[in-house]
Design a protein around this ligand. Structure first.
Ligand code: FES
Ligand code: FES
Length: 123
């Protein structure tokens, strides 16, 4: 059912936790299933220097968030905002159809955390 990459990121998720001095934070919920994700960004000079996430969610939510954080760490805010759940799913070698909605959580959480950073910095 799950690709090797999904299993790897689920069993050994990257960038899990909190950033105490994060300057962009957001929590989003998945309307479909009620799963929740919190995303922490540390932005410096328009670059995502550090990113961590916490989720009360399923294997799909954990694996997509894990790989999404890897994909945008070190990128500019503009590059990070372009990350789509489709690109995340491709990077994981696919997700089962009934798990596609899980991948939206990571994309939404990243965008909301960037918005939060921009608001706090009057951008
Ligand atoms: Fe989210 Fe399954 S419905 S964990
Ligand atoms: Fe809800 Fe996966 S089942 S995010």
């Amino acid at each position: 059912m799950y690709s090797d990459k999904v299993m790897d990121h689920f069993a050994n998720p990257r960038n899990v936790g909190e950033i105490p001095d994060a300057n962009g934070v957001a929590q989003v919920g998945n309307a479909k299933c009620g799963d929740i994700m919190k995303m922490y960004l540390k932005v410096e000079d328009n670059i995502i220097k550090d990113i961590k996430f916490k989720t009360f969610g399923c294997a799909g939510a954990i694996s997509t968030s894990s790989i999404a954080t890897e994909m945008i760490k070190g990128k500019t805010l503009e590059e990070a905002e372009k990350l789509t759940n489709k690109a995340v799913i491709e990077a994981l070698d696919g997700l089962p159809d009934e798990k596609i909605h899980c991948s939206v959580l990571a994309e939404q959480a990243i965008k909301a955390a960037i918005d939060d950073y921009r608001k706090k910095n009057n951008q």
